[in-house]
Design a protein around this ligand. Sequence first.
Ligand SMILES: [Zn+2]
Length: 49
Amino acid sequence: MSERAFPNNCPYCAETDLFPREDGWECRACLRAFSLKYLGMIERGGGAR
Ligand SMILES: [Zn+2]
């Protein structure tokens, strides 16, 4: 498992122009910077669907 999750798309504009920065990622399409946070494990089969 990699230490840092790699986002496939920008969560704000859905573009793929993402570049890593020291505290997260930046989107060159909408010029937003963001970070992905690991929140923990979920229980299998326990969620609403
Ligand atoms: Zn974006």
